[in-house]
Design a protein around this ligand. Sequence first.
Ligand code: SF4
Length: 241
Amino acid sequence: MGTFPYKNARRNKIVPPNGEKKLLLHSCCAPCAGEMMEAMVESGIHLTVFFYNPNIHPVREYEIRKNENIRYCQKLGIPFVDADYDVDRWFARAKGLEWEPERGARCTLCFDMRFERTALYAHEHAFSLWATSLGISRWKNMEQINASGHRAGRAYPNVSYWDFNWRKGGGSARMYEIAKREQFYQQEYCGCVYSLRDTNRWRAQSGRQRIAIGKNFYDETPPRPSPQKPQMELPNGPKGC
Ligand code: SF4
């Protein structure tokens, strides 16, 4: 079995269920998807990246996250599907859940909406297997994501959701290493306007600066706090997505 080292972390070759060689990957952002994309290419899996994230607000943040993902797809030669930014439909579904905490009911509907669309695309374009990058982030509840994934997948008998634990087997460590190597944009909040509001509130209470959209990028030099450059929310990771 091949291993794919990168500095301190290794990933064993990934073997999809039923010997599948083709996969549709719902991507939330380049930092989360990057490790999975690289590991799949190295494992001989023919993947297509599907970017459907109408939750991301504002549109400037959405475009930055999307373009970072396109940049890495082009580097690895992976097809990229740019799905709708149907943000009005997202807000309609989230109505009444504006004050839900992260990992609560609003996040369940957010995952459901994104995965329903991914499963539909898989069904319509002859992908029998799909996965998401959302579960690799330790900010997320993997059980919540997998429940949404299986719910969406059940709508199409010819399509299966792959609930592989991408954090294990070196995945989490490689995710950060690759994000730094590629100098990906580092988002500082999950994505929706409510997570932006709540993160800024928390920052204000902690005496920290507000989120500055489009400012932070990963790099391989250790971060040094300075009055001009706000410290990262965590020393080694994105604020989910
Ligand atoms: S906090 Fe994140 S997962 Fe939850 S609803 Fe907002 S964007 Fe979606």
